[in-house]
Write a protein that binds this ligand. Structure first.
Ligand SMILES: [Zn+2]
Length: 290
């Protein structure tokens, strides 16, 4: 599943390759990825044809591409194409006429290039966001991410410390902070030496700040290396897989020695997924240990 750094890599790729080129045609090859566009696939294609992407933006793991405002006065003012990669989605920039990918779902003909949405499992999708050029209303509830220059760090720390929820659960709460997926949460907690089940209200301000700094450091490192990829289905906008996985300290490393203290890394089930941690560097909360 693509995490925030991968989505940011995609955003940068889109920014470099798909802006300011009129959309000549839109071909929807499967209705499911545009299911959130309620007027249907045909309307989706019609309303995007002839328009131009003017920017590539991101909030958490959502991407949106504002559309130019047509000169005629009409209903389509300040709209945007809103996209989410889901579990296996890819946005690929291809040469016109390049062979179709096996799971090609939507194709945008941009003249000298093509933007393609490829998705095997189709949890992701695209939609036209009405009035969504500045910030699509569909994603306005999603908090900024730790890499966003306008992220409110002090506000985040305060909210975490008012809560009786575990710190990891809070890191994954998109209304508090977006884009910190399971991998980055585990890595950030390990860097900060904080166990993910420690309750927010029992953490010191500096603990939460350290966790946030840890998540941010891992995300920045991943961004520098093109993104983490555990899912061979994921590739970035140029079709290159991320290769950050070799640098991970705890995630996916059950029973391997912690690089700081040598203790075997443990795995526990968490929200139908897994949490990885070092039991020595990240002591469990006292109540749980008893
Ligand atoms: Zn350790």
């Amino acid at each position: 599943m693509p995490e925030l750094p991968e989505v940011e890599v995609v955003r940068r790729g889109l920014e470099a390759h798909v802006l300011d080129r009129p959309i000549r045609s839109v071909e929807v090859l499967h209705p499911r990825p545009v299911r959130r566009h309620l007027p249907g696939a045909e309307d989706f294609a019609t309303r995007l044809t002839g328009r131009t992407f003017t920017a590539a933006n991101r909030r958490g793991k959502y991407l949106w591409l504002p559309l130019d405002v047509p000169s005629r006065v009409g209903q389509d003012t300040g709209n945007a194409l809103l996209g989410h990669l889901g579990m296996s989605g890819q946005l690929l920039v291809q040469q016109p006429g390049a062979p179709a990918e096996r799971h090609l779902r939507v194709r945008f003909d941009l003249g000298d290039t093509e933007l393609r949405f490829v998705d095997q499992r189709m949890f992701g999708g695209l939609a036209l966001s009405e009035g969504g050029a500045d910030l699509p209303p569909e994603i306005a509830h999603i908090a900024r991410d730790p890499l966003d220059p306008e992220f409110d760090e002090a506000g985040f720390v305060t909210r975490v410390r008012r809560s009786q929820s575990g710190i990891k659960r809070q890191l994954l709460n998109q209304s508090l902070v977006s884009g910190v997926g399971n991998i980055y949460a585990d890595e950030g907690l390990w860097l900060a030496r904080v166990h993910g089940e420690r309750v927010g209200a029992r953490l010191r301000r500096t603990d939460v700040e350290r966790v946030l700094a840890g998540c941010r450091a891992v995300m920045l490192a991943a961004l520098g290396e093109g993104g983490t990829s555990f899912d061979s289905l994921y590739v970035n906008v140029n079709g290159e897989s991320g290769y950050f996985d070799r640098s991970l300290e705890v995630y996916g490393r059950e029973d391997l020695p912690c690089s700081r203290c040598g203790t075997p890394i443990r795995r526990m089930v968490f929200m139908n997924r897994s949490s990885y941690f070092c039991p020595v560097c990240q002591p469990a909360p006292r109540l749980r240990r008893a």
